[in-house]
Design a protein around this ligand. Structure first.
Ligand SMILES: NC(=O)C1=CN([C@@H]2O[C@H](COP(=O)(O)OP(=O)(O)OC[C@H]3O[C@@H](n4cnc5c(N)ncnc54)[C@H](OP(=O)(O)O)[C@@H]3O)[C@@H](O)[C@H]2O)C=CC1
Ligand SMILES: CC(C)(CO)C(=O)C(=O)O
Length: 312
């Protein structure tokens, strides 16, 4: 399959690398010139489950797509939330009538941005439990296992199944979901707890999970997501969500991972996606008359930390 990975940071590089190794034609697209130059010069470097990798891969700056002749069957979106609109705009010429566009960003409501550029029949909305880290331009650190779920917004299960088969041939553990918005909310609860808390507390997920107050804080935040979700027709099974969050504490799997928000703010001094996670719940809570003190406070703390660190 011809695949564009739009947003070739940590996660985009993981998906791009695995799909490329499985024999697909993969084109990476990004806006970070040092990263692009490094991959062009030396290939994608780093480690994959402990083994060193150095893989020659095609990558373009999103500003140079005008000269690129590539007919994509699938575009996988892996920008940060605040970069999505700009990336969709850059991709306009690359998305044809038959191109499926799979959105896997963390956070709530990205389909509203994608719909501005792509008809619903071509949109696959998903979410993933895979993880990835960037250690510098062109250098990734990939370890552990993950999975992903997706749903066709246009109910095109045939197109979705073809994409799932390609993802699974690359060991990406994909499956179809008939309730993707509930899954997205569920994943947003994982990010709405792990990401902001580990960022503010300067901790990995396992260390936070072993603190005496972890359960109390996590349950309070998840209850706020559940109360807001009800107003959007999303019924969250709170005990199930709490159990999923606890899987993040496992040191053998992803417990030692610092969530992507930590990587953004603490490692790279970049602005975070908090407004699309806890911030989205705080905003929606205000609109629906649901009180969300923990989400509001965590959003404020993360913004405060961004300002203290002068994040860009
Ligand atoms: N990392 C993870 O483990 C997981 C992440 N996700 C989600 O996937 C999406 C993509 O996340 P992720 O892959 O982590 O994003 P990254 O931060 O690794 O990359 C996203 C983009 O940010 C820019 N960028 C990243 N680092 C730098 C830097 N040091 N200097 C300048 N620019 C930089 C690049 O684009 P540009 O130059 O155009 O700004 C890049 O394409 C997000 O929605 C995230 O929440 C979901 C599951 C797990
Ligand atoms: C690893 C995980 C699940 C933590 O919330 C994640 O999605 C992230 O790092 O953004």
């Amino acid at each position: 399959m011809n695949i564009i990975i739009a947003g070739a940071g940590a996660m985009g590089s993981r998906f791009g690398y695995m799909l490329h190794k499985a024999g697909n034609e993969v084109v990476l697209v990004d806006g970070w010139q040092d990263h692009i130059d490094s991959i062009k010069a030396n290939g994608l470097q780093g480690s994959f489950n402990g083994e060193e990798i150095k893989e020659s891969m095609t990558i373009y700056n999103q500003n140079e797509l005008g000269n690129v002749d590539f007919s994509a069957d699938l575009v996988i979106l892996f920008t940060k939330a605040m970069q999505l609109d700009n990336m969709m705009n850059s991709l306009k010429e690359m998305v044809g009538e038959k191109t499926q566009v799979l959105c896997l960003l963390n956070g709530i409501g990205h389909e509203d941005v994608v719909k501005k550029y792509v008809p619903e029949s071509n949109i696959l909305l998903g979410n993933t439990m895979w993880t990835a880290g960037l250690e510098g331009p062109g250098h990734v650190k990939l370890f552990g296992n993950g999975s992903l779920e997706l749903q066709s917004l246009g109910n095109d299960e045939k197109a979705a199944t073809e994409v799932i088969e390609v993802l699974n041939a690359a060991d990406l553990n994909a499956k179809y979901s008939h309730h993707i918005r509930a899954s997205i909310y569920k994943k947003a609860c994982v990010n709405g707890t792990m990401n902001g808390l580990c960022t503010i507390l300067d901790s990995n997920m396992a260390d936070f999970g072993e603190t005496s107050v972890a359960d109390d804080i996590v349950e309070t935040i998840v209850n706020e997501f559940a109360a807001v979700g009800k107003h959007e027709g999303v019924e969250l099974n709170v005990p199930e969500v709490l159990a999923q969050i606890k899987t993040c504490y496992n040191r053998e799997t992803i417990g030692l991972h610092h969530p992507s928000m930590y990587q953004d703010l603490i490692v790279s001094n970049r602005l975070t996606e908090i407004d699309y996670i806890n911030g989205a719940i705080a905003r929606k809570g205000l609109a629906y008359g649901v009180v969300t003190p923990y989400c509001t406070f965590l959003t404020q703390l993360v913004h405060s930390k961004e300002q203290i660190l002068g994040a860009k």
